[in-house]
Ligand binder design. Structure first.
Ligand code: SF4
Ligand code: SF4
Length: 524
């Protein structure tokens, strides 16, 4: 049975007993992986009781005090944090010269003019399919990351992780590391405790406020909006969005933290259905770690030639975990695969003179292979990773081709609905059309509009244009559209219920670049 079904069956069968949901998920996931049952960890915080087996369906949240840690994965997380936040906060101020008739902000979502600017790319509303392509690329990249290294997105790149990491770092800086913070939380409220708590919440609110502030800068010229915000001349909607995002950032990253990952985010559930036994996950190598025991006890066991594991049960891996998971209990919904427990355990192994990577990015399959005397395997290249990579390559190529061959002019035509045709007193038959001409370049252009499809066709354009016979000259401003009414007439006899295809074509008077659209001339 698949891990998801195991979890569902376990939940159903044990519902009457109502043990805590998270514990059930952990048990079922552990059983599905084929791991031996592990003893429950001791309470993360002294004085907090373990959930009662007969307890409520949902356990109360235990406050987590993640301990500071140093190591390879912590360094990677710092780099990712600074790069991603640097991009988020700084990008609105990056300038990109597009000439005099377009904004010079590199990334801008221009709702009033219905444009999206991304460096040299300008997307019009008609080109929303680029967004579809981007979404497919994002989904496939996420699937590929998951197939290679599990929830690596969650551990390093997810905004919830990045901001929570930042908020926890501020907390440690103000309140002290885990032990000091735990101690302080047990003490009565003093001036020092109040001051530290006040400073922490103030700094959190500042970060949250700047996060909301940076968000609105993507929707208007950033330097101008900053000035307007400072002088209270910005639109009300900007202040509203800043307030909403300040509140959500403060609550999600400051207070809810790991609860967002465990209870609110759908990705862990989807990810569990997409993974396979070859995906590298943060894994406690229980083949090496068990039986766990104190340094002295295990040394004594080794001296007597009895089996002794490398795990000294020091709980450092649990104390550094931002979601409070004990990875030694096996796969866990709360584990975001950040690798901080690897750093913590490596430091312990170095101190006690045992090899590093008791916890590592590995697979349960490899543990079983090692137990049966086989060499471990890392299979990054397999059918699903090849398929995901192929879809990414195809979609990216199609998008690049579409961008490279993108036309800077366009035309769309809509036939009048009512009346569909008009018979004039002299016998002439007339159809009306609404024609929209698009000029995507950043300079004014003139287009010759022609209509073909009927032998004695006559074109009249309503408005400020020059019309002769079946052609009209239309001027369209830079980066704009121009809408006109076109009346197409004919004296030709038409068959009953005629529907003759008409081709509307525009041709740039300078460059000769063309675009066309087809509609129909209708008769009685
Ligand atoms: S840090 Fe390593 S040695 Fe310590 S409890 Fe965790 S797995 Fe065992
Ligand atoms: S168990 Fe390890 S990898 Fe998983 S969230 Fe905790 S520290 Fe990160």
């Amino acid at each position: 049975m698949c891990p998801g079904c195991d979890i569902a069956v376990a939940l159903h069968e044990t519902r009457s007993a109502q043990p805590p949901l998270l514990e059930l998920v952990k048990d079922a996931a552990g059983a599905a992986s084929g791991r031996p049952a592990r003893p429950r960890p001791e309470p993360t915080e002294p004085g907090v009781p373990e959930p009662d087996e007969e307890g409520p369906l949902y356990i109360a949240r235990r406050k987590i005090y993640p301990q500071r840690v140093k190591g390879t994965y912590r360094t990677i997380k710092w780099i990712v944090l600074f790069v991603t936040l640097g991009i988020y906060y700084g990008l609105p101020f990056v300038r990109w010269d597009r000439g005099p008739n377009a904004p010079d902000q590199a990334v801008l979502i221009d709702f009033p003019n219905r444009r999206f600017y991304f460096f040299f790319i300008e997307i019009w509303p008609q080109e929303v399919y680029y967004l579809t392509g981007l979404l497919i690329l994002a989904a496939m990249t996420l699937f590929l990351m998951n197939a290679v290294a599990g929830r690596v997105w969650c551990g390093y790149l997810c905004p919830q992780t990045v901001w929570t990491d930042l908020f926890q770092s501020i907390e440690r800086w103000v309140e002290g590391d885990r032990r000091a913070h735990l101690q302080r939380d047990k003490e009565p409220w003093t001036v020092d405790r109040l001051a530290r708590s006040g400073l922490k919440h103030f700094l959190w609110l500042m970060v949250a406020w700047w996060t909301g502030g940076a968000w609105v800068l993507y929707f208007a010229d950033a330097p101008t909006l900053v000035k307007e915000l400072a002088t209270f001349e910005a639109p009300l909607i900007a202040y509203l969005w800043i307030a909403i995002l300040t509140f959500t950032t403060y609550v999600l990253a400051g207070h809810m933290r790991e609860q967002v990952c465990v209870y609110m985010c759908p990705w862990p559930r989807i990810q569990a259905a997409l993974t396979d036994e070859y995906a590298l996950n943060v894994t406690y190598r229980y083949d090496r770690g068990e039986p766990r025991g104190s340094v002295k006890k295990n040394a004594a066991l080794r001296a007597r030639g009895e089996p002794a594991g490398d795990c000294v049960d020091c709980y450092q891996c649990v104390y550094v975990c931002p979601t409070g998971v004990d990875i030694r209990n096996g796969p866990d919904l709360g584990c975001i695969q950040c690798g901080l427990c690897i750093d913590a355990c490596d430091a312990v192994m170095a101190k006690i003179g045992r090899p590093a990577r008791l916890i590592a990015y590995d697979t349960d399959l490899n543990i079983k292979r090692r137990q049966s005397g086989e060499l471990p395997q890392v299979r990054i290249v397999r059918m699903r990773t090849i398929l995901y990579a192929a879809v990414i390559a195809v979609v990216a190529t199609v998008m690049l081709y579409a961008l490279a061959t993108r036309q800077s002019e366009g035309i769309s035509v809509i036939h009048d609905r009512n009346p569909v045709f008009v018979r004039l007193s002299d016998g002439e038959l007339r159809n009306g059309f609404t024609v929209r001409i698009l000029n995507k370049s950043l300079e004014r252009r003139s287009f010759v509009l022609t209509v073909d499809g009927l032998p004695d066709l006559d074109l009249k354009v309503v408005g400020d244009t020059v019309t002769t016979g079946r052609t009209a000259v239309v001027s369209v401003g830079p980066d704009q559209t121009f809408e006109l009414r076109a009346l197409v007439s004919t004296y030709s006899p038409l068959p009953p219920a005629a529907s003759v295809p008409l081709t509307f074509r525009i041709s740039d008077t300078k460059t000769g670049r063309q675009a066309s659209a087809v509609d129909h001339f209708r008769g009685p």
